[in-house]
Structure formats: structure tokens, C-alpha cells
Ligand binder design. Structure first.
Ligand SMILES: [Zn+2]
Length: 138
């Protein structure tokens, strides 16, 4: 008997979308030379050397795939400095400048909910993100 093709798990599909989103925010922020700035320390580098850093940690499922929750960060900030409150506060300051206090509070409230993504949501999102990346030349 031929083994049935196994569907990807929701968790795996969520991670696939997060990866695309983390790429998209960097490409979107980059200038014509491909350079973008880390939102927490200001370091400038090519988007390929940067990471897509979550404001609210990616462990929170409800905001893991929210585009406004992800911005370019250098690896130092994303991997290490975000463990320090000073860096988190720098990120929050940036968020307030861009989205306003209300926008940031809405995002924080959303992160505390148990919103779940369905398989069809994720399929659609992946198609949309791939299309947008392609339009940006990636
Ligand atoms: Zn940085």
C-alpha cells in the first residue's frame, strides 16, 4: 500500500509563514542598496545579515504572524540584547513612534489572546507572502 502523503502540521506551517514574514519585513525596509537599520540599536547592514525580530516574543502564537510585530534587527539585538529590558524598551519606543501608543497596546492585548490560525489561513498567508516577496524581487 502506498503511504499517504502526510499533511504538514499547523506548527510547521506557522513556522514557514513566520520565516517568510521575517524575510519580508527586512526586504521591505531595505533601501536600493539592500541596506536596512536595526530598529533597536540603529546598526545598518544588508538585509541578508539582519534578522526579523519580534517585538512580542515569537512564542506568543496570536502575534507570531502579525507583520507589525516584526522588524529588522541585527543578530546581536535579536538573539542577545532582547533578553535585557533596556533593548525591549528601545523596541517599544520604536513601536510607539511608528504605530502610536494605542496600536502598541492593541498588539500587546492581542498577544494575550488564544487566537489560532487555521490550516486554510496559513495556506493563504503563505501564498500571499511568497507573492509579495516575488514582487520585491526575492
Ligand atoms: Zn541591533
Amino acid at each position: 500500500m502506498k503511504p499517504k502523503k502526510r499533511l504538514k502540521s499547523i506548527a510547521k506551517m506557522t513556522d514557514d509563514c513566520a520565516t517568510l514574514l521575517q524575510k519580508l519585513v527586512r526586504v521591505k525596509a531595505a533601501d536600493s542598496d539592500g541596506i536596512c537599520s536595526c530598529v533597536t540599536c540603529g546598526k545598518r547592514a544588508h538585509w541578508k545579515e539582519m534578522q526579523g525580530g519580534h517585538f512580542i516574543e515569537r512564542g506568543r502564537l496570536a502575534t507570531k504572524l502579525v507583520e507589525e510585530n516584526i522588524h529588522p534587527q541585527c543578530p546581536g539585538c535579536n538573539c542577545f540584547r532582547m533578553k535585557m529590558s533596556s533593548c525591549v524598551l528601545d523596541y517599544r519606543r520604536y513601536m510607539v513612534e511608528v504605530y502610536g501608543e494605542e496600536g502598541v497596546t492593541d498588539l500587546e492585548d492581542l498577544s494575550r489572546t488564544t487566537k489560532k490560525h487555521t490550516r486554510s489561513d496559513l495556506v493563504e498567508m503563505k501564498i500571499d507572502l511568497s507573492k509579495r516577496l516575488k514582487e520585491l524581487g526575492c
